[in-house]
Design a protein around this ligand. Structure first.
Ligand SMILES: NC(=O)c1ccc[n+]([C@@H]2O[C@H](COP(=O)([O-])OP(=O)(O)OC[C@H]3O[C@@H](n4cnc5c(N)ncnc54)[C@H](OP(=O)(O)O)[C@@H]3O)[C@@H](O)[C@H]2O)c1
Length: 617
């Protein structure tokens, strides 16, 4: 009898718990014990002794040493995973591939890329994955939503919240490599509260944080703007005295006709009270105290998960919500400098750009199609080309011959300045797709703003091309539309005319030529900068200063220059015709450049400039 049928017939779910973490002992396992339909079947720990202790204490049927043993037990139907953040992705996917339903502690992943892979595995295995925000199951949250949707306090225009805890002398939260820090630990509560109460898409995120010498954040302050004009802010961190067990929680929801004030603790249980103030037409303010009984958030969470497994209920914490929350966390971790290295960049529209792509300009001259096949063999999954490069047919041929699925490859091409204007751009796009043997492009850029220095008509042509690209984007023919070699004075007028904002701007960027004014403008406008000639077209590869620093990290000059840009949050597209150097340019994630060396490389005198400038082509 399949697990499904057994659970369905018995109305209970056999749960396994992976790890003996604190939150499991004081939160989720007691919640399981109180919850209907939960059978505490097995507990696994790195030490059998600790697992045995939990088995005795909580009444599990079995205790295992090691997590694989738990996943290999066919009786286990669902697994609760409270492991350190950096282990979530690996073990959640293992559990899902073992056909176990999974409840994973929050934050469920270290970044959106991981989270997407986890939910994809759940879909592929036909099992449920839910992120364990137990507090969101609380009747306190549903009462807040009820008051807001009743319109009693009018349209919500501002939310402020805070979740501050003790600092720690020795705790997993102090370890960056394990996903430590206040933003992951308590910041994710504040973001999930705000996103539970505001549905509008996020417009911008501004954040700053105090990081310790290991790069772990102890205090963060965040401002979020939403498309519908609502704003939200929060403070989150671990600063209230070392090992003090102190905490500070607050929530303020302001509407056009009133507001809600609450000092209830996140995950608070028992009787919860908060104040609702309503402003009458006469301006008279009437305040009342609301009372809600929250029996056990953890047992409510478990019961809901069981109903999803047995009764096909939709998880209360949906994939869409978890991805939305993780995207906000990612942006905050980027903004405060926590994320100092990324293997992929996820845009607000969800498009994923690999951090290292293959630049194909002049790369196929000698090797032709084989060069691109070599790049794909090396593991590149982003190919950067342009109609001007004259190699789109070779790239199309190479992808076809590689047998790699189209959707696994990120293809970027560009419209040349001789093809600006609506009709020409549409024709050029179709021509690029035909040559690349594809129905769509992942990214399409306007290659240069002007045809030459005296091009007075440049903006009108660009505006028309952009309009055509907006249509292609809305038709789903291209996933990301953007610019190349556009400087702030080219972008500003386009932002006024555009319906869809440019998402990327590909510029010449490398140590010795970092165009800092343009970079800070792009950051402010939420446009992702991407680096062409990230090696300065090889001009920086024999630079003494670069060699000196590279030696310190035991890496090549090329790897150092590419890692430098990655740590600046900039995806790169190095070009090499040699397979060996192609591999080298991908191998940039095994070391971290120190703050001082980052500063040194950022302050190098100008060097390696290509001589090409958007206004003087
Ligand atoms: N949007 C634009 O206007 C624009 C402009 C220029 C470039 N791009 C894009 O950016 C890509 C890269 O730019 P780029 O080709 O100008 O310059 P680049 O990637 O900075 O440098 C390429 C040069 O570096 C050498 N090289 C690459 N990897 C190396 C390594 N590990 N060790 C030693 N030498 C190495 C290459 O020689 P080998 O081939 O012999 O290895 C080549 O001579 C282009 O292919 C194109 O896709 C865009």
């Amino acid at each position: 009898m399949s697990e499904e049928k057994r659970a369905l017939s018995s109305g209970t779910v056999k749960w396994g718990v992976m790890g003996t973490a604190g939150i499991a002992s004081w939160g989720t396992i007691p919640g399981m014990q109180k919850a209907k339909g939960c059978e505490l079947y097995a507990i696994a720990g790195r030490s059998l002794e600790k697992a045995q202790a939990y088995k005795e204490r909580f009444g599990f049927e079995k205790a295992y040493q090691g997590y694989d043993a738990l996943l290999n037990d066919p009786e286990v139907e669902a697994v609760y995973i409270p492991l350190p953040n950096d282990l979530h992705c690996e073990w959640v996917i293992k559990a899902l591939n073992a056909h176990k339903h999974v409840l994973c502690e929050k934050p469920a992943a270290m970044n959106e890329g991981e989270l997407r892979r986890m939910f994809a595995a759940a879909r592929e295995n036909g099992v449920i994955l839910m992120e364990a925000f137990a507090y969101l199951h609380s009747p306190y949250i549903s009462r807040l939503k009820e008051i807001i949707s009743s319109g009693e306090i009018g349209k919500v225009d501002y939310i402020d919240t805070a979740f501050l805890t003790q600092d720690y002398s020795d705790d997993i939260r102090l370890h960056k490599e394990q996903g430590g820090g206040g933003i992951y630990d308590v910041g994710c509560y504040c973001t999930s509260m705000i996103l539970t109460l505001i549905e509008s898409p996020v417009k911008y995120i501004k954040a700053d944080a105090e990081l310790d010498s290991t790069g772990v954040d102890h205090m963060a302050s965040v401002l979020i703007g939403f498309e519908d004009g609502t704003r939200a802010s929060f403070n989150a961190g671990m600063i209230l005295g070392t090992d003090s067990s102190d905490r500070y929680d607050r929530l303020f929801i302001h509407g056009s006709c009133g507001y809600i004030r609450s000092d209830a603790e996140y995950n608070g249980e028992g009787e919860i009270t908060f104040e609702v103030t309503v402003k009458g037409e006469d301006g008279e303010r009437v305040t009342r105290t609301e009372r809600v009984i929250a029996a056990s958030n953890y047992s409510m969470e478990m019961e809901q998960m069981n109903r999803c497994i047995i009764g096909n209920e939709v998880p209360h914490i949906t994939e869409e919500f978890s991805v939305r929350n993780m995207r906000v966390l990612d942006s905050i971790l980027d903004a405060v400098g926590y994320n100092d290295s990324k293997k992929e960049f996820i845009l607000p529209n969800g498009a994923v750009i690999p951090a290292v792509g293959y630049g194909s300009y002049l790369s196929t001259e000698k090797g032709g199609v084989q060069t691109i096949i070599d790049a794909l063999d090396c593991g590149y999954r982003y190919i950067d080309t342009a109609s001007f490069y004259g190699n789109e047919e070779q790239i199309g041929e190479a992808i076809e011959r590689s047998g790699i699925r189209r959707e696994e490859i990120f293809l970027c091409s560009k419209v040349w300045f001789t093809d600006l204007g609506r009709e020409k751009t549409l024709r050029s796009f179709e021509e690029s797709c035909r040559k690349l043997k594809t129905e769509y492009l992942d990214m399409y850029l306007i290659h240069w703003p002007k045809s030459d220095a005296d091009d007075e008509e440049w903006f009108e042509k660009v505006r028309q091309s952009w309009e055509a690209m907006e249509e292609l984007y809305e038709q789903g023919r291209v996933k990301v539309i953007g610019l190349s070699n556009f400087l702030p004075h080219h972008i500003r007028p386009l932002l006024e005319a555009a319906r869809i904002r440019p998402m990327v701007d590909q510029l010449e960027l490398h140590a010795g030529y970092m165009q800092e004014y343009a970079l800070s403008y792009l950051r402010k406008e939420g446009i992702l900068p991407q680096a062409w000639s990230p090696l300065g077209r090889a001009k920086l590869l024999n630079d003494e200063a670069v060699s000196g620093i590279a030696a310190k990290y035991g890496c090549t000059n090329a790897a150092l220059l590419l890692r430098y840009l990655n740590q600046r949050g900039i995806p790169v597209i190095p070009k090499s015709a040699s397979k060996e150097r192609m591999k080298e340019n991908l191998d940039i994630f095994g070391f971290r450049i120190s703050e001082d060396d980052m500063s040194y490389l950022s302050c190098l005198p100008e060097k390696g400039w290509s001589g090409e400038h958007p206004d003087k082509v």
